[in-house]
Design a protein. Structure first.
Length: 289
């Protein structure tokens, strides 16, 4: 069984709640409970925590830097990886690290599965929560305050970014993405997720050498994934996501997967925790004989 490098980010500094920092630890324990014959994956865990001192923004800046060091190294070594947030602001670290590690950052594509657009800046965000801003930073369209938390100088080309599953957003972030001409597939436009995801990968494969997938668990319908920070009704069924991810299992261009925004306090009977595990196994797991 190949080793999958896994980074746990024990932080929820970018969100409104205080509990989404526990996802990685809980998931680690869940995998550790598996019997050897159930194992489809060999996860090599690395855990990082924010510093104790400094302002929230200084802590996030340091944390994103640490995340990016891991993903840069794995990208340089062509090792596929898994990042478990934390709130979704960890995406600034994860994908800037990949961009830093690629010889041609212009050939990196990102698929963003999320109920929200996450394309605010401090100037437009009604809440000021940084988990609603990572895409502006990744596109190089951040304001100075947000840019200070982004660990790198390479950005995603707008034509290499595809948002899927959006159903809750503010006009200002939509304007930012429209101006950049980023492709958005709204939840209401999705009939079969597998088709949408494969189409996105095929499109990105034409121009990109490496493709990443970032999953915000609120992409899934709250009925199937209640344990999230900011639930939005009308999401994709968990079953559809698992089916779609199984179809692209170990796709040669995939460099990494990120899962974010798990909130155990809102979970019901560990439904969302188990779903995270199913997502990882569908995407990276080897088929059991
Ligand atoms: Mn998000």
């Amino acid at each position: 069984m190949a080793i999958l490098q896994t980074l746990g980010v024990a932080s929820c500094l970018g969100g409104p709640m205080r509990l989404c920092g526990y996802a990685a630890e809980m998931l680690h324990d869940e995998f550790a409970r598996q019997k050897p014959e159930q194992k489809r994956l060999d996860l090599q865990w690395h855990m990082i925590h924010p510093e104790d001192h400094g302002s929230k923004e200084e802590k996030l800046s340091g944390l994103n830097k640490s995340i990016s060091r891991f993903t840069q190294q794995w990208t340089e070594q062509s090792q596929p990886f898994l990042v478990i947030g934390g709130d979704h602001s960890c995406a600034m670290g994860t994908w800037s690290g990949v961009l830093n590690g690629l010889q041609q950052p212009g050939k990196f594509g990102l698929i963003w599965l999320d109920a929200h657009m996450d394309a605010h800046t401090f100037a437009t965000s009604p809440s000021g929560n940084i988990h609603g801003m990572p895409l502006s930073a990744l596109l190089g369209r951040a304001d100075t305050r947000l840019a200070a938390m982004y660990p790198g100088s390479a950005f995603i080309k707008p034509e290499n970014l595809i948002l899927i599953g959006v159903r809750s957003y503010e006009d200002e972030e939509y304007d930012l993405l429209k101006q950049a001409a980023v492709e958005i597939v709204f939840a209401s436009q999705i009939n079969k997720l597998a088709q949408v995801l494969i189409k996105a990968i095929d499109k990105l494969s034409l121009s990109c050498r490496a493709i990443g997938i970032s999953i915000d668990l609120d992409f899934i319908d709250p009925e199937d994934a209640p344990g999230v920070e900011t639930p939005a009704p009308g999401g994709i069924k968990a079953e559809q996501l698992i089916e779609a991810l199984s179809l692209i299992n170990r796709h040669p261009k995939i460099c990494g997967l990120e899962i974010s925004e798990f909130n155990p306090e809102k979970d019901s009977k560990n439904k969302t925790l188990y779903l995270m595990k199913d997502i990882i196994e569908a995407f990276y797991g080897e088929t059991l004989q």
